[in-house]
Design a protein around this ligand. Sequence first.
Ligand code: FAD
Length: 370
Amino acid sequence: MKEHYDVAIIGGGIIGMSAAYHLAKAGKRVAVLEANEVGKKTTSAAAGMLGAHAEGEGDEDIFFQVGRASQELYEKLTVDLQHESGIDIRKSAGGIMKVAFTEEEKNALCRMQHLSTFQWLEANRVKERLPQITDDIIGAGLIEDDVHVEPYLVCRALWQAAVRYGAVVQEFTPVIEVKRDKEALTVKTTSGTLTCRDLTVASGVWSGRFFEELGLSHSLYPVKGECVSVWNSGPALKHTIYHEHCYIVQRDSGKLVIGATMKPDDWQTVPTLGGVEAVIQKAAQLMPSIKEMAIDQCWAGLRPATSDKHPYIGRHPEDERILFASGHYRNGILLAPITGEIIRDLIINQHVKEEWLHAFRIGRKEASLV
Ligand SMILES: Cc1cc2nc3c(=O)[nH]c(=O)nc-3n(C[C@H](O)[C@H](O)[C@H](O)COP(=O)(O)OP(=O)(O)OC[C@H]3O[C@@H](n4cnc5c(N)ncnc54)[C@H](O)[C@@H]3O)c2cc1C
């Protein structure tokens, strides 16, 4: 490990790796310190939907605006990463079919009707596109821009490309302590110590301890999600099927990813039988034939949640050398490109939209949406 870096990043999930990639590409000397293996925590548990519309609350919503911007960045990033790392992040076409079983659900979905990216389809037209879907739906909102990627591949590609631009990535190197004095920041790890000009905390749900150690009261809590994958024995799904946080996503490998439970404050990363059963039951209501498919595997991950469900992206209010990029909750895969760009632009003193910085600022008083 070199002694001094322009930027040290704590955490090698998709958020830390996106920051590393963008900073290294901008010419900064970057070190990423990862406690475990790159991308093997929450990032690899994700389905990979870029659900700006599916997760947002309409075009007035700041999350929607930032999510859309990040979704658009994936266009160029996909091509760049293929070129820079040789890795195809498997960005799908087709988008999300958000299904409605009741008039109430239809009305809620149709609030997006003014968006050019949204299309309401009656049940017969949904069936034409997705013959596997249950007969019980009354229709669905098709959002073609909410495509998906393979999260671990995105993280791995960002990692390889960042290294190509000179970043140093240390796996199995947990950060134990950050010391601050006027001259430099000193980062102590189990493998030694380094100093840096700027530090970015991107350690997912485990960032809470750094907020505390660096004099901030924010906390993060896990919302555990359990998933199952099965081998699709029927025709490939042309669209992701989505209803009330339950989804079925087609992978290129022929697998279907089915997710996910929402269990706040559960730190266990092992899936439970009850969790897996709940996910399968919900998926079978959407697509009855799924019950006959062979199980591939099941897993769980911890979504890093904040009390207002928005991430913290920005500078420490009292020490501008320290930045946070944590708390991306259900949307870290979607928001990884824009987060990496914001962190880069803050560090290299480029303009970032004021309203975005304001919405995600450290030190805000969050209104709980739970
Ligand atoms: C079931 C499930 C489905 C999901 N589906 C989607 C989806 O479809 N679309 C979407 O956009 N998002 C989705 N998400 C959310 C998304 O996975 C997360 O928001 C995202 O992975 C967070 O990335 P991260 O880099 O902040 O955290 P992580 O991937 O957890 O990375 C943090 C890293 O920090 C490391 N670390 C921790 N402490 C230290 C330390 N002291 N020193 C050094 N390193 C440390 C950890 O080892 C870890 O590798 C889903 C999440 C789950 C659980």
